[in-house]
Design a protein around this ligand. Structure first.
Ligand SMILES: [Zn+2]
Length: 323
């Protein structure tokens, strides 16, 4: 037992790997585009290749590891170590990735879904450090969630807890990628926001101008235009903040967390455009006893998050049976 673990964060666009210790020291790391091939077997072979390359670079080998942890896109069955259906990884349906990694690397494998791994990382090393109750919302392409309750990750039935992006914030509202309507993700997820900008941005708006045509608009263009005071962009940010506040109020009444940590888009938007207005709306709608001790913060880990999340999957992820 060397105490060294290898964490792998498998995202739709990036693969991040880190070697680390239980105390949270990162010994080595690497990152490359995921470039999914459409064939999970081939993708896994490339992940193993990247793992071996990092181990060799650090002067160690898979035999020296205590565990390998993998953080995967949900939905996943973390008990049997399978990715069930990864929207951003073509061909990944019911893939037993934990067993494949176990066979290739020869050490125990632990697994966590990406939002759970992210909340563990923010809780151990980031904006939720020192809290007993915390919630993390990923806020990137989709909206994933992770929940820490009474000092431990809350997994729920079959590990499905924390799907906060699909809490309805508008009954019968906008269509969501999950097939439902009115989900939080349909209003504040990057994919939905991009689609809306491309459909609704007036050709004369700064959003369309910055993007070189609204058909190329992204949330980054929205934020840049809102910073310049563009009327359409400001209205869209107000809508974004309004629905985000609705979602946070629901989870604050349910869980009474000490902190809600918000990821990618909110971190990029910052205080004036997003965090300030969201805090204000949430405070107005909560009971003072709950609002008083609730902080709403951007992710503190930034580019470190994938490595930290991967290591948390290795150190605290669900041990996969037979893997
Ligand atoms: Zn949904």
């Amino acid at each position: 037992m060397t105490g060294i673990v290898l964490g792998i964060d498998l995202g739709g666009s990036k693969l991040a790997l880190a070697l680390g210790t239980p105390e949270g020291r990162v010994l080595a790391r690497s990152r490359r585009p995921t470039e999914p091939s459409g064939d999970p077997k081939q993708d896994i072979a490339r992940i193993v290749e990247s793992a071996r390359a990092l181990l060799a670079e650090a002067g160690t080998s898979a035999e020296q590891l205590d565990a390998v942890g993998i953080s995967v896109p949900g939905p996943a069955d973390v008990l049997s170590g399978r990715v069930l259906d990864a929207a951003n990884l073509p061909g990944w349906r019911d893939v037993p990735i934990a067993a494949e990694l176990r066979a290739a690397l020869g050490c125990p494998v632990r697994m966590e879904n990406d939002a759970n791994a992210a909340v563990l990382a923010e809780w151990r090393y980031g904006a939720a450090a020192g809290c007993r109750n915390a919630v993390y919302l990923t806020m990137s392409t989709g909206v994933g969630g992770g929940i820490v309750v009474d000092g431990r990750l809350y997994r729920g039935q079959a590990g499905h807890a924390g799907e906060l992006g699909h809490v309805p914030v508008e009954w019968g509202g906008e269509r969501c990628a999950c097939g439902q309507q009115g989900c939080l993700e349909a209003y504040v997820g990057g994919r939905s926001l991009t689609a809306r900008l491309r459909e609704c941005a007036p050709p004369s708006s700064l959003v369309a101008e910055l993007a070189g045509g609204r058909e190329r608009a992204t949330p980054e263009h929205l934020l840049a235009a809102a910073r310049e005071g563009d009327a359409f962009a400001m209205e869209e940010m107000a809508r974004f903040n309004h629905y985000l506040a609705r979602g946070i109020v629901m989870l604050a009444f349910s869980l009474a967390p000490e902190v809600v940590v918000l990821g990618t888009i909110v971190s990029a938007a910052g205080e004036a455009l997003c965090l300030g207005p969201v805090r204000e709306q949430v405070q107005q709608r909560l009971w003072p006893a709950i609002a008083r001790s609730l902080r709403i913060e951007p992710s503190a880990l930034g580019d470190e998050l994938p490595y930290r999340a991967a290591l948390c999957a290795a150190l605290e992820g669900e041990p996969v049976e037979d893997a």
